[in-house]
Design a protein around this ligand. Structure first.
Ligand code: NAI
Length: 326
């Protein structure tokens, strides 16, 4: 049996946590031969609810669940962890301005970034799910100067999966047959899902769909506003699909994507006209525990416009919290 890996989940008593923890403990994220010790972080007022979730985890008698730690202290939560899923974040409350939301999350993710810096394994893989995910990931990365910036990622995988299922429905082909889809930019309605390079059984998806108006007027708005549509229908934000995307993101990063393109929010290397360091969704392929950007894709005028729009939003968010870093 392999030695257990310590996995931190923040916001563990929340909605996404409730969908996520059981799947991690069952081996769906790190493999069916990899025991895990869950480090569960939530606020002091959520500790009782968290105890209930832990009782349920115990009652599943998962063979791979080698232990659990519950805490409200990030320094305890991140001790020796090799994977950290930062899900807990400050939600927007009534009357709260966007700037105040960024500020409140800035406070959370500077503290958590520093705790990761001081206590996590040096090769920790960090995925930020809590919104605004890209900017929160950027804040955590900046607050952890001793860790490699490439250890910090933001979740665009839900947008990627949403786009896959829309394309599958449009073409009548199985989701699993779609290759080379990309989603660029911010996890927000400004994200740009791009199927120009996508193929199904070697055939071009763009040629198969052959409908630019559908791309512009149906596909992009449907994927971009999917989160709002789910809130409208369910009365609660997407949780199971978000947890599923988080599992997909970490599983592929750790175990490899088998040559498939997947989307991750990662610090830009300056390619594709995205300034270095911006936490931006790009297509990657994962192998041997590392992600590698798909390079050299041609960016046409429409794509440039969409990629710059989502970049502008990220730069605005960053400007609003820049003072946290002097
Ligand atoms: P929730 O409100 O059900 O749960 C959030 C949990 O985080 C609560 O238990 C809360 O006590 C905890 N929390 C808040 N501040 C914390 C802190 N400083 N440290 C530790 N725990 C803290 O929310 P839900 O539905 O689980 O969503 C969590 C986040 O994920 C939200 O920010 C949501 O917007 C985001 N999200 C992101 C998606 C993505 O694709 N990137 C998709 C869906 C949701």
């Amino acid at each position: 049996m392999k030695a257990p890996v310590r996995v931190a989940v923040t916001g563990a008593a929340g909605q996404i946590g409730y969908s996520l923890l059981f799947r991690i403990a069952s081996g769906e994220m790190l493999g069916k031969d990899q025991p895990v010790i869950l480090h569960l972080l939530d606020l002091p007022q959520a500790q009782t609810a968290l105890k209930g979730v832990m009782m349920e985890l115990e009652d599943c008698a998962f063979p791979l669940l080698a232990g659990m730690v519950a805490t409200d202290d990030p320094n305890v939560a991140f001790k020796d962890v090799k994977v950290a899923l930062l899900v807990g974040a400050r939600p927007r409350s009534k009357g709260m301005e966007r700037k105040d939301l960024l500020e409140a999350n800035g406070a959370i993710f500077t503290v958590q970034g520093k705790a990761l810096n001081d206590h996590a394994a040096r090769d920790v893989k960090v995925l930020v799910v809590g919104n605004p995910a890209n900017t929160n990931a950027w804040i955590a990365m900046k607050s952890a100067p001793d860790l490699d910036p490439k250890n910090f990622t933001a979740m665009l995988r839900l947008d990627h999966n949403r786009a896959l299922s829309q394309i599958a429905a449009k073409t009548g082909k199985p989701v699993s047959s779609i290759e080379k889809l990309a989603v660029w930019g911010n996890h927000s309605p400004t994200m740009y899902a791009d199927y120009r390079f996508a193929t199904i059984d070697g055939q071009s998806v763009k040629a198969m769909i052959n409908d630019e108006a559908w791309n512009r007027d149906v596909f992009l708005p449907t994927v971009g506003k999917r989160g709002a549509a789910i809130i409208e229908a369910r009365g609660l934000s997407s949780a199971a699909s978000a947890a599923n995307a988080a599992i997909d993101h970490i599983r592929d990063w750790v175990l490899g994507s088998n040559g498939k393109w997947v989307t991750m929010g990662v610090p830009s290397d300056g390619s594709y006209g995205i300034p270095e360091g911006v936490m931006y969704g790009v297509p990657v392929v994962c192998e041997n525990g590392e992600y590698k950007r798909v390079e050299g894709l041609e960016i046409d005028a429409f794509s440039r416009e969409r990629m710059d729009l989502t970049l502008a939003e990220l730069e605005e968010e960053r400007a609003a919290i820049a003072h946290l870093f002097g």
